[in-house]
Design a protein around this ligand. Structure first.
Ligand code: 3PG
Length: 398
């Protein structure tokens, strides 16, 4: 269901679930990509004369207010980008929220405080979530689900709320699902997937499913060391998940059986400690010193990955190749971003960190076919899992 299905919006109170979970350094927003991504839906609703109530989470507070997770800094930036005043309620369903919502005129926008300050948002108990969603629903006449980054979570404002009000998918959710389904549903081949990032445990599901779909799987970043260890290599003090060695061995065997080309780093940039000014040395992947840790893929690997990506018709990339936040160890991530930005095929960057990397390394977003705002959500979609926040919008509820 799309926004059109909600009918006339002038004078209607529309609750918009956005994902304004942006990275903050104190109260400074370091990447406003998710706020920018929320603008098409918000602008459309404002122009239609709706009274817009934006709801979102930020970080992972534990069901009670915590200053460092306040949405207040986000409200200022949202107002700047929208070019209009945005009101802010200091609670979610309490007196402040009610007063702010009651004060809205047609075409005005308000943001409520972090949904996760209320225990009902993420409660395990269905009834508790429904009760919180019912209080949220009382603040609106209709619901637009546009927080793509959170649609894989069965949480009150994502799932239950959609069962209580006339509901629709927002512009961002539609664009994300459409773009990512081009990758999952019969992708043009060669279909190449580049995976990186620190935690291999987060990527097992997607690797498992890609072993029967992708033509090539390139693995870099912190998760590569578990593969290298499984091959019997020394990985020194690098990130390593020993509990996943057997799983990874089975993946390598399956890749071979299925004819999927699994490409691992051939060289690595190592350093004696995890810091921005640690001295960097390039070593072969099978010759890592025992007292150093891997910080980035090496130049030979960057070249190899580039060759494997260049002729792809479809590329999906999730996760940085190294510690790109430190200039000395950003080259691998930069090089993958460069090759992707120049590739002729359909290129999708998925996930919080890789999307942030592309922007902070200064790449023009228009050089990629799609940059997703969802980390976990885009991976689960690629994996073929059902996303609660999407399937509830496809059901005939309200
Ligand atoms: C994200 O950052 O991926 C989304 O905002 C979802 O956040 P969560 O993983 O804390 O649910």
């Amino acid at each position: 269901k799309t926004i059109d299905s909600l009918g006339e919006l002038r004078g209607k109170r529309v609750l918009v679930r956005a994902d304004l979970n942006v990275p903050l350094d104190g109260t400074t927003i370091t990447d406003d990509g998710r706020i920018q991504a929320a603008l098409p839906t918000l602008t459309r609703l404002v122009e239609a004369g709706a009274q817009v109530v934006v709801i979102s989470h930020l970080g992972r507070p534990k069901g009670a207010p915590e200053d460092k997770y306040s949405l207040k800094p986000v409200v200022g930036r949202l107002g700047e980008l929208l070019g209009r005043e945005v009101a802010f309620a200091s609670d979610t369903v309490g007196e402040s929220a009610r007063a702010v919502v009651d004060g809205l005129e047609d075409g005005q926008v308000a943001v409520l405080e972090n949904l996760r300050f209320h225990p009902g948002e993420t409660a395990k108990d269905d009834a508790e979530r429904l009760s919180f969603a019912t209080q949220l629903a009382a603040l609106g006449d209709a619901f637009v689900s546009d927080g793509f980054g959170v649609v894989h979570r069965k949480q009150a404002s994502v799932y239950e709320l959609a069962t209580l009000l006339p509901s629709a998918a927002g512009e961002l959710v539609l664009r994300e699902v459409d773009s990512l389904r081009k990758v999952t549903d019969s992708p043009e081949r060669p279909f190449v997937v580049v995976l990186g990032g620190a935690k291999i445990a987060d990527k097992l599901g997607v690797i498992d499913s890609l072993l029967s779909k992708a033509n090539r799987l390139l693995i870099g970043g912190g998760m590569a060391y578990t593969f290298q260890k499984a091959k019997g290599y020394e990985v020194g003090d690098s990130l390593l998940d020993t509990s996943k060695l057997d799983v990874v061995r089975e993946y390598m065997e399956r890749a071979e059986r299925n004819g999927v080309e699994l490409v691992l780093p051939v060289d690595t940039v190592v350093a004696p400690e995890f810091s921005a000014d640690a001295p960097a040395t390039v070593v072969a992947a099978d010759a890592m010193p025992a007292d150093q840790e891997g910080m980035d893929i090496g130049p030979e690997t960057a070249k190899l990955f580039g060759e494997k990506i260049a002729d792809a018709a479809t590329v999906f990339w999730n996760g940085p190749m190294g510690v790109f936040e430190f200039e000395t160890f950003a080259a691998g991530t930069k090089s993958v971003a460069e090759v992707l930005s120049a590739a002729e095929g359909y290129t999708v960057v998925g996930g919080g960190d890789s999307a942030a990397a592309v922007r902070t390394l200064g790449f023009d977003e228009s050089l990629f076919s799609h940059i997703s705002t969802g980390g976990g959500a885009s991976l689960e979609l690629i994996e073929g899992q059902e996303l609660p926040g999407i399937s509830i919008l496809e059901e005939d509820t309200k």
